[in-house]
Ligand binder design. Structure first.
Ligand code: ADP
Ligand code: MG
Length: 263
């Protein structure tokens, strides 16, 4: 049991920017360092669950049940092949969440209620893998989290989407979660051979400064192959550049946490 935990939502309304890949590999790296980590899969697609080797038939309880209040976090969390890493998987049921609770006064706070519990203190880090949209699931994630970690793909339209996202974070702060922090921005799928990618990195750093992690996640075939084996890249090929980058990212995340706690 930990005295406190850190709940980080991994969000970007764009699809395919590396949210799920970051959730899986950052979580694995944190677990490897000795943290006890939980991923909550909030995407009906369930890519984080699949990528961690959780078969659909084994998803007896899911993040949907947790949001409906019919299961606790402890009951719904299942162990993965990675020691110290657990996941609350998702099922297609999530597609019906809006229908089920969309009119309830507490609709934005279902996840927070499940995570502000003594049993959530079994985990030192809880990572929320969001769907690629601003919907009730993302809002629940932002209401429940201490901070937002934003994966940003190094491409031309990245900054445009980012200002939208930062605006949403501001709105969330003014309404349902005043304490919500930006954990950091992580640049993903960086291709050094692409001049535009380097330009995007420079622009993002100029615009956001210290919020941007030093670690650049490179575009790496091994990283994209790993999910089809139901494994994090870090287990599939520890030595590849992508795995090494995610380990480095985890140590940056931990350093930021230490600094934050000391402040
Ligand atoms: P999101 O969750 O934001 O939709 P994903 O993490 O699922 O994005 O990534 C989208 C696709 O890009 C996936 O096929 C994934 O395997 C691939 N991908 C993600 N990160 C990398 C990387 N660093 N190198 C190569 N492929 C990557
Ligand atoms: Mg995803």
């Amino acid at each position: 049991m930990y005295e406190s935990n850190r709940i980080i939502t991994i969000a970007n309304q764009k699809g395919g920017v590396g949210k799920t890949t970051t959730a899986i590999n950052l979580a694995t790296a944190l677990a490897a360092i000795g943290e006890r980590v939980l991923i909550v899969d909030l995407d009906p697609q369930g890519n984080a669950s699949t990528g961690l080797g959780i078969d659909r038939k084994d998803r007896k309880m899911s993040s949907f049940d947790v949001m409906m209040g019919s299961q606790t976090i402890r009951d719904a969390a299942i162990a993965t092949a990675v020691p110290n890493l657990f996941i609350v998987p998702s099922t297609m049921d999530l597609l019906g969440l809006e229908m089920e609770i969309g009119r309830d006064a507490d609709r934005a706070f279902r996840l927070r209620r499940a995570l502000q519990t003594v049993e959530a203190l079994d985990f030192s880090y809880i990572l929320l893998d969001c769907p690629p949209s601003f919907n009730l699931l993302t809002i629940n994630a932002m209401a429940a989290a201490h901070s937002v970690l934003v994966p940003l793909q190094c491409e031309f339209f990245a900054l445009e989407g980012l200002s939208q996202l930062l605006e949403t974070v501001n709105q969330v702060r003014q309404t349902i979660n005043p304490g919500l922090d930006i954990q950091g921005i992580v640049l993903t799928m960086f291709d050094a051979r692409n001049n535009l990618a380097q330009q995007v990195v420079n622009d993002v750093r100029t615009y956001l400064g210290e919020k941007v992690y030093h670690t650049l996640i490179p575009r790496n075939v091994r990283v994209s192959e790993a999910p089809s084996y139901g494994k994090p890249a870090i287990l599939y090929d520890l030595k590849c550049a992508g795995s090494q980058a995610y380990l480095q990212l985890a140590s940056e995340v931990i350093q930021r946490e230490r600094r934050r706690k000391a402040a």
